[in-house]
Design a protein around this ligand. Structure first.
Ligand SMILES: C[S@@+](CC[C@H](N)C(=O)[O-])C[C@H]1O[C@@H](n2cnc3c(N)ncnc32)[C@H](O)[C@@H]1O
Ligand code: SF4
Length: 385
């Protein structure tokens, strides 16, 4: 065994409600019916955090991410109360990235000033497309004009670190339409773009009844290749399967996940992963998924949905599931520090991946080749025990 070195720590905060459920989405998100129990949920998050604290005594928090669901359904006062409670109980690293996801259909004038005053310094917008017909087919609650207005409201409030989520391979979409979406996103000058291929996730409306006119895999690959070029030409370099950033603007929070960093997860259905150097243990903990159960149990024994160690034999797969998504790949020294395992345990799989032309050694790192990037899931599958 190598020594397990505790990596940077992040904090994920889940807000599980949306105005309405999108037909493609399998996130733990629930359509809103009536007023949200905002105050009760804030209090539950604080109880939840307090219960998790002993796992991370003394470790600074490098990033915070409010994900959902739709965190922008919560008013700035609630986001501020959550951040105040967190920073009173944890040490935030100076300059910590604090991201909030926002659905453009919930953006109201004046709110972004409040989020910024509360401590949010990065906003991630779920834009999906700028084509109003596509947006309707996706069941979105906003049109393209509202999306553009929302981004400008955030910029006017001084929030300059913005991500826009786009999806591609949409029903009825061709290459020209997908490129047009990317161009409209770039025109808004965000610092970061996420470009996700629409996938049919089990337990969604789209999985049960797939929409008409979905592009085939070759078209989807063609779209991705051309969009990568368009983003690169505009200064957004790909650094992960779906993530593109201006120099120095990669998402610190997601990078920490992909580099097999540690994170606390609070909120309904949130997951955490914590490494303990002294014991060599890596544990995953998760919280009850249903918001009602979460509200009733947060901070009690029943408020821990599960807490399992990651067995040493499963660590290589877990590590690769994250690291092989990155263009930068990983170094063998990082693999050892983050898994507590010797590099020898993956030597056979690495040799096989190299033989298939999926991975190569470059500059002291193991990086996916172009072929490896096309077959990311197969490459990761090699490490499954
Ligand atoms: C939690 S949502 C973002 C914030 C907010 N809920 C919204 O949708 O505006 C995260 C992102 O995941 C992406 N996503 C969700 N379901 C997807 C799917 N089935 N296929 C591809 N991307 C998906 C969307 O781009 C979405 O913006
Ligand atoms: S995509 Fe976003 S808005 Fe739509 S249901 Fe999922 S989390 Fe909610």
């Amino acid at each position: 065994m190598s020594a397990l070195v505790p990596p940077p720590l992040s904090l994920y905060i889940h807000i599980p409600w949306c105005v309405k459920k999108c037909p493609y989405c399998d996130f733990n998100s629930h359509g809103q019916s009536g007023a949200l129990p905002v105050d009760d949920y804030v209090a539950a998050l604080v109880r939840d955090l307090e219960q998790d604290l002993p796992q991370v005594w003394g470790r600074p928090v490098h990033s915070v991410f409010f994900g959902g669901g739709t965190p922008s359904l919560f008013p700035p006062e609630a986001i501020g109360a959550i951040l105040d409670a967190c920073s009173a109980r944890l040490t935030f690293h100076p300059g910590a990235e604090i991201t909030m996801e926002c659905n453009p259909g919930t953006a109201e004038h004046g709110r972004f000033e409040g989020y910024r005053a509360a401590g949010v310094n990065r906003v991630s917008f779920g834009i999906q497309s700028f084509d109003d017909v596509c947006l309707q087919r996706l069941g979105r609650i906003h049109d393209s004009a509202e999306a553009e207005r929302a981004v400008k409201l955030a910029q006017d409030a001084g929030l300059d670190n913005l991500n826009l989520d786009l999806m591609y391979a949409l029903p009825g979409q061709d290459l020209a339409m997908a490129l047009h979406d990317v161009e409209r996103a770039i025109a808004l000058q965000p610092t970061h773009l996420s470009h996700y291929q629409l996938t049919m996730e089990p337990n969604t409306q789209f999985f049960a009844r797939p929409p008409q006119g979905l592009p085939d895999e070759d078209t989807a690959w063609d779209i991705q290749e051309h969009c990568i070029e368009a983003m690169a030409a505009a200064g957004y370099a790909q650094y992960e399967v779906s993530a593109y950033a201006r120099p120095g603007r990669q998402c610190a929070h997601n990078l920490n996940y992909w580099r097999f960093g540690d994170y606390l997860g609070i909120g309904a259905g949130a997951h955490g992963k914590i490494s303990t150097g002294a014991t060599g243990e890596i544990r995953r903990r998760w919280k009850p998924k249903n918001p009602r159960d979460y509200l009733a149990t947060a901070g009690t024994a029943a408020g821990i949905g599960g807490d399992d160690p990651i067995a040493p034999e499963n660590r290589p797969f877990d590590y690769m599931l994250n690291a092989l998504r990155l263009v930068e790949g990983f170094s063998l020294a990082d693999f050892e520090a983050r898994t507590g395992l010797d590099r020898a345990v993956i030597a056979g799989e690495l040799a096989e991946a190299a033989r298939r032309g999926w991975l190569e050694a470059a500059g002291g790192r193991i990086v996916p080749t172009e072929l490896g990037r096309r077959f990311t899931n197969d490459v990761i599958g090699l490490f499954l025990k």
